[in-house]
Design a protein around this ligand. Structure first.
Ligand SMILES: Cc1ncc(COP(=O)(O)O)c(C=O)c1O
Length: 312
């Protein structure tokens, strides 16, 4: 499906290009560029759609009849996969991690509500069972199932953000002083790092950890880069040291919020109309609010979506 040194086959699922906007009013005398990847679509929205364009193209080319993937109970990636699968006429099985599955008579909210609406088969798994997610999904896949790893974060999925760098480079007048995004399973950050290196753009890249730690994300980025160069040798190998993983903002932990985080989300919403989510972008935007000097005069924040997480 690809000739080893070119962009792999891609479906058109996202509304592209997404806008690159200047936002002025959040702080005095400060402008932040926002790459509006929350606007890749309505229900099929956020950063995951860019990855799914490649992953689902591969699923289709292999003749898959259904896709299987996994994440937290309110996973944006799982919801985007479920919506895209419905759009493409594929079945979808989701392995959702939770210690307390909702009772059947409790109405679903947020992403889970959309998972159910589009007809995805939902299987709740405990955090312990989730450790073996690859095996669980492989067992359930059968001959016609295509397994997408957590967050769509593998070498093929990383093409979504390799290509997003090409897109942004046509949109900015001058390169930003830094690019900042949330990092959860590492694929967006890895794709951005490869994409920047591919265009020889020496722009500092910061992934704000919403879970795990810097060592974890460095190893994920290195692994995805190794896989990508093995499959597409013309891609540059990235140096994980060139990527800064910003720690100190995951707060109480993955998908848990603090009052300070929620009040920053409110501040940004009220001063700019920009809606951040509590799990990813709300945390990732905080270093820009509290340590703006780290990112220079023209920071670019990638708004990776997640709005349904606010509605839970
Ligand atoms: C809204 C949102 N932002 C950021 C991320 C992080 O992206 P990645 O998993 O590629 O690190 C995710 C998914 O994990 C997400 O759903």
């Amino acid at each position: 499906m690809d000739n080893n040194d070119e962009e792999p086959v891609r479906l058109s699922l996202a509304r592209l290009p997404t806008p690159l906007e200047q936002v002025h009013r959040i702080r005095d005398n400060w402008t932040v560029l926002i790459k509006r990847d929350d606007l890749t679509g309505t229900a099929l929205c956020g950063n995951k759609v860019r990855k799914l364009e490649y992953l689902l193209a591969e699923a289709q080319s292999l003749g898959a009849k259904r896709v299987l993937t996994c994440g937290g109970i309110q996973s944006n990636h799982c919801r985007a996969t479920a919506v895209a699968a419905a759009q493409l006429g594929l079945g979808c099985v989701l392995f959702l991690r939770t210690r307390t599955p909702p009772a059947p008579d409790v109405p679903a909210t947020g992403n889970l509500k959309l998972d159910r609406l589009v007809g995805a088969e939902v299987r709740f798994v405990t955090p312990e069972e989730y450790q073996n997610r690859q095996a669980l999904m492989a067992d359930a896949a059968g001959a016609e199932g295509y397994v997408i790893p957590e967050g769509g974060s593998n070498a093929l999925g990383s093409w979504g953000y390799i290509r997003a760098v090409d897109e942004m480079a046509t949109q900015w007048d001058e390169p930003p002083s830094a690019i900042i995004c949330a990092t959860g399973s590492g694929g967006t950050l890895a794709g951005l790092a490869i994409g920047l290196q591919r265009l020889k753009l020496d722009i500092p890249l910061h992934g704000v950890a919403v879970c795990d730690d810097a060592a974890f994300f460095k190893s994920v980025i290195a692994r995805i880069s190794d896989e990508a160069t093995a499959r597409w040798p013309s891609l540059p190998r990235i140096c994980a040291d060139k990527v800064t993983v910003v720690e100190g903002y995951k707060g109480r932990g993955y998908a848990l919020s603090t009052k300070a985080e929620m009040s920053d989300i409110e501040r940004v919403a009220r001063t700019s109309g920009l809606i951040l989510d509590p799990v990813y972008t709300g945390k990732a935007f905080r270093p820009l609010l509290h340590e703006p000097e780290r990112f220079g005069p023209r920071p670019l924040f990638i708004h990776t979506g997640g709005i349904f997480g606010l509605l839970t």
